[in-house]
Design a protein around this ligand. Structure first.
Ligand code: ADP
Ligand code: MG
Length: 389
């Protein structure tokens, strides 16, 4: 479903639920990180892309003072949010992403207007494509439409991030909200997680597309894996004598090898290599040098698999299938994306091979794992927009 169709759909939902047409329609996309994994908390770079999957809201002023009513088409239930006082956490659970954004606007002195809202999303929930950031940024965009006041997109992203921290209890970085708020059609976003500086990286060549392959597995972890990785990165930086691994070159790492345990050395090698790969890949994309970008993606996967040890069998299977299809079959590169231990892979492919590659990956993945993958192609989509305002 493209954005136009989605807007038409949510309009119908609003009309069905509230018996009148909506006054505002807004949207915000999900995202896939093309390269730059586990670099954000090391002050490094990430290179996400907004995908053609969106959270959309249709809304109108409500005649229920002090109250926002949100109907969610996914859970087919409504949330009633009290806006007459500082907004608090509440039920249902999904409403907390919206509540958190309202609280952020209240903290900036904005009075939340009474609204009727219909909410719909084509970003799969919990699939690692950031349906949560799409929901938050969509809500913030609705506030802009309904109050008639735009806010700086960086401030909007930070407000959305704080909503996720404080109201959903997820200590996420800045990537998801930044790309959803700042993305531009036909561009990736190179984001410096240290300075929060962003650069739009044009990817205008229509002969390539990104393929998102959801393994549909999420391995239960004992819980400490991510915290352990972070601690190992901090240990490496401390022993090397730098503020963070962002400040360390591959040469410096090798000189300090004797001061690091074997595992900590490998963790640092991934991070330092990945930060470099990410800026190089951005350069390759600018130049439409797809074979080179593809090689960086494969290298990223191998480092995440072997050095950082956050891959899993299913993610590795997808990358092996992609390698088998190879350049001849239209695959430039493929890697796991997201935190790891399940979730999605992202592949850079020739646009006119998308259908054949999708079929092949689906069939081979099923044969090797017994699991159905969910696969879709996307070009770099636009960030949050007011469709009707
Ligand atoms: P991800 O962001 O990777 O998709 P998260 O666990 O961070 O996964 O966010 C998923 C949560 O966001 C859901 O559990 C739900 O609370 C909320 N959410 C996202 N999309 C929707 C939706 N369409 N309807 C209701 N809740 C949603
Ligand atoms: Mg999320």
């Amino acid at each position: 479903m493209n954005l136009k169709e989605l807007a038409a759909h949510v309009t119908v939902e609003f009309q069905k639920h509230y018996g009148r047409p909506p006054r505002w329609i807004v949207a915000a996309p999900g995202r896939v990180n093309v390269i730059g994994e586990h670099t954000d908390y090391n002050d490094g770079f990430v290179l996400p892309m907004a995908i053609e999957r969106y959270a959309v809201m249709a809304a109108d002023a409500a005649d229920t003072p002090g109250q926002v009513n949100v109907y969610d088409t996914h859970f087919k239930e409504s949330a009633t949010i009290d806006i007459s006082a500082p907004v608090t956490k509440g039920q249902p659970k999904w409403s907390n992403y919206i509540r958190g954004v309202f609280a952020g606007f209240q903290n900036r002195g904005v009075t939340i207007p009474a609204l009727d809202v219909a909410f719909m999303s084509t970003v799969p929930l919990g699939g690692g494509l950031s349906s949560s950031a799409a929901l938050e940024v969509c809500t913030a965009t609705l506030m802009e439409a309904a109050t008639g006041k735009a806010i700086d997109p960086i401030e909007k992203a930070l407000l959305a991030q704080k909503a996720e921290h404080d109201f959903a209890g997820v200590p996420c970085g800045i990537m998801d909200q930044f790309i959803s708020a700042l993305g531009r059609e036909g561009h990736l976003l190179l984001l410096d997680c240290r300075t929060r500086k962003t650069q739009l990286v044009p990817m205008s060549d229509p002969s390539v597309a990104l393929l998102v392959i959801n393994t549909n597995v999420k391995h239960e972890l004992s819980g400490g894996e991510y915290a352990e990785r972070r601690a190992q990165c901090e240990e490496a930086a401390r022993n090397i004598g730098v503020k963070s691994l962002r400040d360390c070159t591959a040469d410096q790492l090798d000189q300090a090898k004797g001061k690091l345990s074997e595992v900590v050395y490998r963790r640092a090698r991934h991070v330092i290599g990945e930060i470099e790969r990410t800026t190089h890949a951005a350069e390759g994309i600018r130049q439409s040098n797809w074979p080179t970008v593809g090689q960086f993606m494969y290298a990223s996967h191998y480092a995440l698999r072997d050095d950082y040890e956050v891959s899993c069998k299913e993610l590795d299977v997808v990358v092996e299938i992609a390698e088998d299809i190879g350049y001849q079959g239209g695959v430039y590169g493929c890697r796991m994306t997201g935190g790891g231990f399940g979730g999605c892979c992202v592949a850079l492919v020739k646009a006119d091979c998308v259908n054949a590659i999708t079929k092949k990956i689906a069939a081979d993945y099923k044969a090797k794992t017994g699991i159905d993958a969910a696969i879709f192609a996307s070009r770099p989509a636009a960030g949050a927009t007011i469709i009707k305002g």
